[in-house]
Design a protein around this ligand. Structure first.
Ligand code: TYM
Length: 332
C-alpha cells in the first residue's frame, strides 16, 4: 500500500469548509487505499503566539473534529506532532540543508510575514515549511493530500529529499502532492477571488464547521454571486456561482454537469436555499460527533497515545538512518 501523510493546524479552533473539502475529506477516503498518517501540527501552531491553555484545548478539538469527519484509528494513524519528537529532530537536519534564499521564496511565508510586520515575524515562521518537509519525509510518504496552497511546500519537500539523497545516499521517498482539481481551492463566500481562510476579511465569507448551523445557512444564502442569472460552472466568469456548485457537487455526490441541468432556468436563490439545507445536514451531525469525542477525553487521549506510538515506530527508524548518514556519532 502506498503511504500518505498530511497535517492540519489546530489554531483556529473550528475547521472551515476549505479545510474539509480541500483536505480532510480526502484523508478519510484514503484510509481505505493507503497506509495513512495524519497529524495535528501543534509545533507549527506556535510559529505565531498562542495562549497555552487555548492551544491545548484546540489541539484536542482538532483531533475530535478529525475523528468526527470520519478518520478511523483502526484504519489510519492519527497523532499529535509534538508527541513524536523526531519531527523537530529531522526538522533541524532539513534546516541545515535549506538555502536561505530558497526559504525566502516560500509565498505563504512572504504573505504572512508581510501581514505581521518584520519585528513580529518569528524565525519559526520562516522555517515553518522546512518542519513540514520533515513531517512528510519522516514517514517516507508517497503522496500528500492537501489543498492547492500547500503545493509549493511539497515541491520544497521533493527538492530537499533529492538533495539529501544525492549528498548522502538514497534515504527519502520523493512525495507527490495529492490535490484533486475540483476541491483544490474553495473560495470565500463573500469574495470568490480569494481562498476561504481563517484570516478572511469578513467572517461572512468563512464557513466554520462548528458554527451554529443556522448561521451557516445564513452565510450560504448571502453568498456573493454575480449580476447574471444563469447557473453555470465557469470559474473565471462566474467564480461565486462556480464555488457554490463545487461545494454542492462534493457534498451531494452529484456531478457539476448534473447540477447545471437540474438548475436550468432556476434563480440563484434556489441553488443557495438547497445548498444551505445540504450544509446544515452536513454540519449538524459533524458538530454533534465532535462534541461526543470531546465529552470523552479518556478515549480521545488513548486514541492519540496509540497513534503516537505507531507514528514513532516509523519516524524513529527514518531518523536513525538519517543521523547515521549525516555522520552523527551514535550514542553508546
Ligand atoms: P492548514 O492547517 O492551513 O490547512 C489544512 C489543510 O486545508 C487545506 N485548505 C484548503 N483547501 C482548499 N481550499 C481552501 N480554501 C483551503 N484552506 C485550507 C490546506 O491546503 C491544508 O491541506 N502547512 C499545513 C499543515 C501541515 C502539513 C504538514 C500538511 C504541516 N505539516 C505535512 C501536509 C503535510 C497547513 O498550514 O495547513
Amino acid at each position: 500500500r502506498p503511504r500518505v501523510l498530511s497535517g492540519i493546524q489546530p489554531t483556529a479552533g473550528s475547521f472551515h469548509l476549505g479545510n474539509y473539502l480541500g483536505a480532510v475529506r480526502q484523508w478519510v477516503a484514503l484510509q481505505d487505499t493507503h497506509d495513512a498518517f495524519y497529524c495535528v501540527v501543534d509545533l507549527h501552531a506556535i510559529t505565531v503566539p498562542q495562549d497555552p491553555a487555548e492551544l491545548r484545548a484546540n489541539t484536542r478539538l482538532a483531533a475530535a473534529q478529525l475523528l468526527a469527519a470520519g478518520l478511523d484509528p483502526e484504519r489510519c494513524t492519527l497523532f499529535i506532532q509534538s508527541h513524536v519528537p523526531e519531527h523537530a529532530q529531522l526538522g533541524w537536519v532539513m534546516n541545515c540543508l535549506t538555502g536561505f534564499g530558497e526559504a525566502s521564496r516560500m509565498t505563504q511565508f512572504k504573505d504572512k510575514s508581510a501581514k505581521q510586520g518584520a519585528d513580529r515575524t518569528t524565525v519559526g515562521l520562516f522555517t515553518y515549511p522546512v518542519l513540514q518537509v520533515a513531517d512528510i519525509l519522516l514517514y517516507q510518504a508517497d503522496q500528500v493530500p492537501v489543498g492547492e496552497d500547500q503545493r509549493q511546500h511539497i515541491e520544497l519537500t521533493r527538492d530537499l529529499a533529492e538533495r539529501f539523497n544525492g549528498r548522502y545516499g538514497q534515504t527519502f521517498t520523493l512525495p507527490a502532492p495529492y490535490i484533486p482539481k475540483e476541491t483544490a481551492k474553495i473560495y470565500d463566500l463573500q469574495d470568490p477571488s480569494v481562498k476561504m481562510s481563517k484570516s478572511a476579511s469578513t467572517p461572512k465569507g468563512l464557513v466554520n464547521l462548528l458554527d451554529e448551523p443556522k448561521a451557516t445557512a445564513k452565510k450560504v444564502k448571502s453568498a456573493v454571486t454575480d449580476t447574471d442569472t444563469v447557473i453555470r460552472f465557469d470559474p473565471v466568469g462566474k467564480p461565486g456561482v462556480s464555488n457554490l456548485l463545487t461545494i454542492m457537487s462534493v457534498l451531494t455526490g452529484s456531478t457539476v454537469a448534473a447540477l447545471e441541468k437540474e438548475y436550468e432556468g432556476k434563480m440563484y436563490g434556489a441553488l443557495k436555499t438547497d445548498l444551505a439545507e445540504v450544509m446544515v445536514d452536513f454540519v449538524t451531525p459533524f458538530k454533534d460527533r465532535t462534541q461526543e469525542y470531546l465529552d470523552d477525553p479518556e478515549t480521545l487521549d488513548s486514541i492519540l497515545a496509540k497513534g503516537a506510538e505507531k507514528a514513532r515506530a516509523v519516524a524513529a527508524e527514518t531518523l536513525a538512518q538519517t543521523y547515521a548518514r549525516v555522520g552523527f556519532l551514535p550514542a553508546k
